[in-house]
Ligand binder design. Structure first.
Ligand SMILES: [Zn+2]
Length: 342
């Protein structure tokens, strides 16, 4: 069994605007880093070319009117917001990013590979059902999860999002859906875009208890993340028993990221990935899909991706030697006490 990377050179054609941090150089640095580490098209790592998502796939996660809006904005190059410019090719490339993520899900679900990493742009986790923003047009992970639910009749998917920004779009799409447990670790919403992801946002209706937010104080790093993963993530897995893991892998919680104030090390990404893969091995024959969200320091970004791919191919990373328990852990347990025994 091998790992797969889903990638197309076309993803480099997404150029939001001059000086925009979500730039093609991000993916170039990742591919160069993987080639240097001999993890690109090696015997253990297959590289797969994506196809664009169909409109009907996108509409599993987005309102039809919003999909048409992105298409129209693309034709006239009008932005979604100040952070999210739209070019002639944006619609087409956003379809290809979502399509790449679907492919990453399908090759894992069909058993062709053990796990996969969708190296796609533009990113997706800020795109809500009827609204884009924060560099995002279509929510790649949500489109993939919805497609896998339809194609493989899945009932329990664990989405973990460790991008430094809260995945407000993913939360919005799955807020009332008990088949998707969405957990996000992000910098505290009072200190960073998009200003959501407080502990008391826990889902609604049938989905109550299936949204889990861990807002991390600025300055938090390996020691605090380790505590949250051990005390919240692991027991959630044990009780939810996922059939698939999907990871919104952002790399902007790294200490060197220019946009945020968190302190993860490059090694932390190998360890975090290892922890997810360990749970996946336990509950769903290793089925795990990673996908690229943010991360704006090129060295931290490529180093973090390399460590995840190493973990995907079996390399073990030691957890941090120091664990520091942030007080938010008790608040999360309290907020979720009706649903989970944490
Ligand atoms: Zn981010």
């Amino acid at each position: 069994m091998v790992a797969a990377l889903v990638y197309s050179e076309k993803y480099l054609q997404h150029k939001p605007s001059w000086g925009h941090p979500e730039r093609p150089e991000r993916l170039k640095a990742i591919v160069e880093g993987l080639k240097r580490a001999k993890l690109w098209a090696s015997p253990n790592v297959r590289v797969v070319e994506p196809k664009p998502a169909k409109r009907e796939d996108i509409e599993l996660a987005h309102a039809a009117d919003y999909v048409s809006l992105v298409e129209k904005l693309s034709a006239v190059e009008r932005p979604i917001d100040g952070d999210t410019p739209v070019r002639k090719n944006t619609f087409e490339l956003a379809l290809l990013a979502a399509g790449g993520t679907i492919e990453a899900g399908r090759i894992v679900m069909s058993g062709r590979v053990k796990n996969s990493f969708a190296l796609v742009r533009p990113p997706g986790h800020h795109a809500a059902r009827a609204r884009g923003g924060g560099f995002c047009y279509f929510n790649n992970i949500a489109v993939m999860v919805q497609s896998m639910k339809r194609e493989f009749k899945l009932r329990r998917i664990f989405v973990i999002d460790w991008d430094a920004h809260h995945g407000n779009g993913s939360q919005d799409i799955f807020y009332e859906d008990p088949s998707v447990l969405y957990m996000s670790l992000h910098q505290h919403p009072l200190t960073l875009y998009p200003g959501t992801g407080f502990v008391d946002e826990i889902g609604a209706g049938e989905g109550e208890g299936y949204t889990v937010n861990a807002p991390m104080e600025p300055g938090s790093g390996n020691a605090e993340y380790a505590a949250v993963m051990q005390e919240i993530f692991v027991p959630l897995c044990e009780q939810f028993k996922p059939e698939l893991f999907a990871v919104s892998a952002g790399f902007d919680a790294h200490a060197d990221d220019p946009l945020t104030s968190l302190q993860l090390s490059t090694e932390a990404y190998g360890w975090l990935a290892g922890l997810v893969l360990e749970q996946a091995e336990r509950w769903c024959r290793s089925k795990t899909v990673f996908l690229l969200e943010g991360g704006y320091n090129l060295e931290a970004l490529s180093g973090g991706v390399v460590n995840i791919v190493k973990a995907m191919t079996g390399e073990k990373f030691s957890p941090p030697t120091e664990v520091r328990r942030p007080k938010i852990i008790d608040e999360i347990k309290q907020a979720l006490s009706k649903k989970w025994n944490l």
